[in-house]
Design a protein around this ligand. Structure first.
Ligand SMILES: Cc1cc2nc3c(=O)[nH]c(=O)nc-3n(C[C@H](O)[C@H](O)[C@H](O)COP(=O)(O)O)c2cc1C
Length: 178
């Protein structure tokens, strides 16, 4: 296999692991939604998830203050709304109205579920030890919802610089992973 040097600034696009998500928060009578692709599973059960948020995001303060969020998983059908939520700030925009996203009541947290997303994970902050250093919030999923009618969700995956991959073919291999 031949190799050439690759810019360090583009490395994250090689490792992008999971689907781009819409993170919702609510605090002091305001709700917000931001696009987020830097997340990782940390524990099976209870499910712990690491979320990296820039402290320049309006959502950063809302998550920190409320201690809660919902990880909403969109599919390619609403890709334009996902990009829009990543290019605007809740500090001056009601993104639910602007992008036609439907906020729905969550069961255990104040942050809303997004009606257009096929899965919604209600979360509470679990560990803030690495927030100051890396913007890394570890959250615990306390309630998960899925739309059983969506059989093969075509999730979108960020490759960096506005490039995305849409989930497609599935294969099954032997695995000792749970
Ligand atoms: C595809 C995509 C992925 C993004 N991933 C992240 C991320 O993982 N963490 C982050 O802090 N911002 C990420 N952003 C940028 C935020 O969504 C953006 O700064 C947004 O305006 C923040 O909204 P807010 O100010 O209302 O919180 C991403 C944007 C896009 C388009």
């Amino acid at each position: 296999m031949s190799r050439q040097s690759f810019p360090l600034s583009r490395v994250y696009g090689l490792l992008e692991p999971g689907p781009v998500v819409l993170l919702t928060t609510a605090h002091s009578g305001q709700r917000n939604v931001m696009t987020l692709s830097w997340h990782t599973m940390i524990e099976f059960e209870p499910p712990l998830v690491g979320l990296v948020l820039s402290n320049r995001d309006h959502s950063f303060g809302m998550l920190q203050a409320s201690g809660e969020c919902v990880i909403n998983i969109p599919t390619v059908e609403i890709a334009d709304k996902v990009a829009g939520c990543g290019n605007t700030s809740g500090a001056d925009t009601d993104k639910f109205a602007m992008f036609g996203l439907t906020p729905e009541l969550a069961a255990q947290v104040a942050a809303p579920l997004i009606g257009e997303c096929y899965a919604n994970l209600e979360c509470r902050i679990h560990d803030t030890d690495m927030v100051n250093k890396y913007g890394l919030f570890v959250v615990r999923v306390v309630q998960a919802w899925i739309d059983p009618a969506v059989e093969n969700p075509r999730t979108i995956h960020h490759l960096g610089y506005g490039n995305f991959m849409v989930a497609g073919e599935r294969i099954k291999l032997d695995s000792k992973m749970k």
